[in-house]
Design a protein around this ligand. Structure first.
Ligand code: MTE
Ligand code: MO
Length: 361
């Protein structure tokens, strides 16, 4: 069995199925990169199945499995646990998939599967310590209340995470987003927040946290979210977010093509950059489609897990341009100019390119 998406034929257009997915799972409008923290309705959204109906009164979180003392908590009891907040940039592992050639047929993201929110909840590590993780624990399985079929396999959405990753202090069980109770689409009443990791790790509608004395082998870890590079070679799991910078498209858009028109003169290009591996070290801008690059100015480095502002002064002369931007992190990862193609279309952080016409002022 394989979770690999079908690969579209060379000239195959986006289908109604892909359009249906794109309409349910919306991206960030790129002009919303202007906000440090993304307003809730502008945050990207990805839901494999349906948003489950959860009754907060009867809802419980179970912490069980390979622990000394299983715990069951009501929502009000969770809210009485130690409280912590982190501002975190999330990105879907499939971001950029629709721009791959050939295109893996799945949720057809362009660039916008990203958003930054302030998540408030209780640190997972403290709760695991209360339950008492027993020696020999390997992974922890996080189960959502949503249910559906994927490649013929009926399942709840469940993801596994290594115990060591679960014990990092920044990992939260979050019940608030931007100071409000989680909205239904973002996981009400409780979700996992694993800063620095691609979206699939951020399990929504959490009902159970189960400690395992063996590796988790569920669908969303073993079949989906793998870097599949060859037909039958070994595959690697998708984990942390690779560096990416995005630009707020400058000037004004054409309604249909969304191509940009800019008045000649001094303009400031700006946007955000992030990496789940290490802090952002550098952002560079190109006005010739990626042939030559110049350093952008980095804004203040805020919270570790939140994106960083960048800006670039451009003296725009009349003509046509391809603007591009790329980020590098302190671990030495640089965004590729060419597509890093793989079978599931995941972890594709190829640079964004924006066509712009500069007209005389
Ligand atoms: N229970 C559950 N959690 C989930 C998902 C899901 O379908 N079900 N989708 C995951 C994926 S693939 C992503 S990218 C993020 C998206 O989070 P958001 O919709 O809050 O932006 O949620 C993750 N958590
Ligand atoms: Mo995702």
């Amino acid at each position: 069995m394989s979770a690999n998406a079908r690969i579209a034929e060379p000239d195959e257009a986006i289908s109604f199925e892909e359009l249906g997915l794109a309409a349910r799972n919306h991206g960030l409008l790129l002009e919303a990169l202007r906000y440090d923290v993304t307003p809730i309705g502008l945050h990207y959204l990805l839901t494999h199945y349906d948003i489950p109906a959860v009754d907060p009164g009867s809802w419980r979180l179970r912490v069980d499995g390979h622990v000394e003392e299983p715990i069951t908590l009501r929502l009000d009891e969770l809210r009485e646990q130690p409280r912590a907040s982190h501002t975190v940039t999330f990105e879907c592992a499939g971001n950029g998939r629709a721009k791959l050639s050939p295109r893996p047929v799945s949720q057809p993201w362009l660039d916008g599967a990203v958003g930054t929110a302030t998540w408030t909840g209780t640190p997972l590590a403290a709760l695991l310590r209360t339950a008492g993780v027993r020696p020999g624990a390997v992974d922890v399985a996080f189960a959502g209340a949503d249910h559906g079929l994927e490649r013929g396999v009926e399942q709840d959405y469940v993801r596994g995470l290594a115990v060591d990753d679960c014990l990092r202090e920044e990992v939260l069980l979050a019940y608030e987003m931007n100071g409000q109770p989680l909205p239904p689409q973002h996981g009400f009443p409780l979700r996992l927040v694993v800063p620095g990791w691609y979206g699939m790790a951020q399990v929504k509608w959490l009902t159970a946290v189960t400690v395992l004395d063996r590796p988790f082998d569920g669908f969303q870890n073993e079949i989906a979210y793998r870097y599949v590079e060859t037909e039958d070679g070994p595959t690697k799991p998708v984990t942390r977010i690779k560096p990416r910078a995005l630009m707020i498209p400058p000037g004004m858009p054409d309604f249909m093509s969304r191509e940009r028109v800019v008045e000649a003169g001094a303009i400031t290009l700006e946007g955000r950059a992030w990496s789940g591996w290490a802090p952002i070290a550098q952002v560079e801008v190109s006005v010739d489609g990626g042939d030559t690059w110049k350093a952008a100015e980095l804004g203040e480095s805020g919270e570790r897990w939140a994106w960083r502002h960048w800006s670039f002064a451009w003296d725009a002369e009349p003509g046509t341009y391809w603007l591009a931007v790329r980020a590098a992190d302190e671990a030495g990862h640089v965004q590729p100019v060419d597509q890093p193609w793989n079978r599931q279309g995941v972890g594709n952080n190829m640079v964004q390119r924006i066509p712009v016409t500069v007209r005389p002022a």
